[in-house]
Design a protein around this ligand. Structure first.
Ligand SMILES: [Zn+2]
Length: 165
């Protein structure tokens, strides 16, 4: 796992601008998503009652409002459908461009498309039809207060990257 793509690690912006979620199970009801990422698995939730698969993962089914959900795995590879390179208005201290892609996970996937940030991807190289894969990376740990003790909660996040030819 890499630790790149996180500007404040380089001392360039304040942790108060930290935009990564707190992933500890005491604070986050989809903490299992991040635990699965740590094992290299890309997952989301499926309703046990009506079968509706939702992405991003939910705590309540958007179809029937049941909270009996289970975790299912999604493909970790897909093909680029649309690419957007943001050269202007990127968050403070990020170097433009920020590259996002609409990714087709294939007709057999429970979720057909996901929108993801792209990493390890030089500008103006990604195009429709390119194969991309899940990339999990470490995010700086976050101190949290738990039962009057401060503990350090480890974190990860994900993006997609081009599959090397
Ligand atoms: Zn449901």
């Amino acid at each position: 796992m890499a630790t790149a793509w996180i500007p404040f690690l380089e001392g360039r912006y304040s942790p108060t601008l930290d935009m990564w979620p707190i992933e500890a199970k005491e604070f986050n009801r989809i903490h299992e998503f991040y635990e699965n990422l740590r094992e290299g698995k890309f997952t989301t939730t499926k309703c046990k009652k009506c079968g509706r698969v939702a992405y991003p993962p939910r705590v309540i089914c958007p179809e029937c409002y049941s909270d009996e959900l289970e975790w299912i795995e999604l493909p970790k590879k897909g093909k680029v459908t649309v690419v957007v390179e943001k050269w202007g208005g990127v968050p403070i201290c990020y170097e433009p461009p920020l590259i996002d892609a609409w990714i087709d996970l294939g007709k057999d996937s429970p979720v057909r498309h996901v929108l993801s940030r792209m990493v390890n991807c030089p500008p103006e190289t990604l195009k429709e039809g390119d194969e991309v894969q899940l990339a999990v990376f470490d995010v700086p740990a976050h101190p949290i207060e738990l039962k009057k003790k401060t503990i350090t909660a480890e974190r990860v996040f994900f993006a997609f990257e081009p599959v090397k030819k």
